[in-house]
Design a protein around this ligand. Sequence first.
Ligand SMILES: NC(=O)c1ccc[n+]([C@@H]2O[C@H](COP(=O)([O-])OP(=O)(O)OC[C@H]3O[C@@H](n4cnc5c(N)ncnc54)[C@H](OP(=O)(O)O)[C@@H]3O)[C@@H](O)[C@H]2O)c1
Length: 455
Amino acid sequence: MSERSIGVTLLGCGVVGGGVVNILTQQRDLLRQRTGLTFDIRHIVVRDAGKHRGDLPVPLTTDAAAAIDDPGTQIVVELIGGTTTAGTHIERALKLGKPVVTANKSLLSARGGELFALARKHDTCIAFEASCGGGVPIVESLMKGLLANRIDALVGIVNGTCNVILTRMTRNGWTYDEALKEAQRLGFAEADPTLDVSGRDAAQKLALLASLAFNVGVAESDIHVEGIDTIQPTDIQFARDLGYVIKLLAIAERHVQGVGSKDPHHPGQAKPGEFLNLRVHPTLVHKDDVLAEVGGSFNAISVYGHALGHALFYGRGAGQMPTASAVVSDLLGVALGTTPLAFKQLRIFPDTTPRASVLPFHDLQSRYYLRLMVKDQPGVMGQVSQILGNHGISLSAILQRETDDGQNVPIVITTHRATEGPMRRALDQINALPTITPPTVCLRIIDQPKEFAGG
Ligand SMILES: NC(=O)c1ccc[n+]([C@@H]2O[C@H](COP(=O)([O-])OP(=O)(O)OC[C@H]3O[C@@H](n4cnc5c(N)ncnc54)[C@H](OP(=O)(O)O)[C@@H]3O)[C@@H](O)[C@H]2O)c1
């Protein structure tokens, strides 16, 4: 068995880059024993070399071009983040035929197709395990372990920040603002948390995962996105009373449509055929569902394969060492030759697949949770049920609590499966009633696994 040393340039040595240096230096012997490979860190590129302290194997540099161009650099690891500088450096490496390992979901969800094509043109590859689910080996699984399956659905908690916030709101009874402040204090949320709490980060990851799972090109803009910043403690409590937990879920589901849309207001849009239903939104998950137990910064991704059935991938979705674990496993895959081979052969990357046919969001079918603030007077519920009935929506449960002011009473309704378009129009009519104080809260409910198994 041959032994080889591989020259690596690290672009970025922050949270994740620091973890990669740690594993490559501290676990050098273990990696060599297991694989016959040692990684020789040739350059570490940062923005400001002066601010770094600590024990690093090579002096820091700000000259990315020289580091990438160095003939001794065989693999480039991009851990800068963002789409501009990182994109330029990745292009440079690929044009030299050097493989790139990256954790950058923003860049890949925006320009993945183009960069994958560039890699292919120069007979090299991009590895990106750490871009989705941190340390959870979901990309590798979709590229290998699950390949024999037609994937019917992928349902994931893929944003640790949102999960930390919702977990605190659920377990401690905190408001969104209290939970966000605590998440920021503990380093789970950025000073500007918009990318995370808006659901966009989860959508970027879903775009990448859905592309691999369904072998179609998915863009972030294909995904319906709702964030968690409007979730109120009262909805968490009502959900709990009904036996549910609220989670931010990223969902991609294969949808086989028959003879056209059931929504008479959009008859032309939904064609028969196979569509992807793509969405990120706060969701009521039954308390017995495995996803309900996924707390704090953990991620979990349920995958439904036609042969395997339901499988769950669970682990740390972010943080220094879990993310570095995924980056180093990519380095090994590239150096061992398995990743370049898969990249060359598989037709699952966005530059090798057709664009997804996306199910229009108004054709989504789901169960719903509605919270209405109604004037405490007779007949209101009759009006509300009538409107829902007129749109073909049938009620599953109704929950009412008394309030102090005696004026407005929260009423929670759960429905049987209904279609999004009619639900939206029913809500417009309900919100216009003089007895209702808008807006009515509308969240979706999922029933794993029965809703997603088989399709
Ligand atoms: N943190 C996580 O838990 C996590 C999880 C999954 C994926 N990721 C992804 O991993 C990547 C890195 O994240 P991170 O948390 O490690 O970021 P970070 O801590 O902010 O580190 C970024 C590094 O990039 C360097 N850098 C920034 N701009 C640069 C430029 N123009 N030229 C050269 N170097 C530059 C910084 O240099 P200075 O040190 O001099 O500022 C720093 O070393 C991102 O794509 C992120 O989305 C992170």
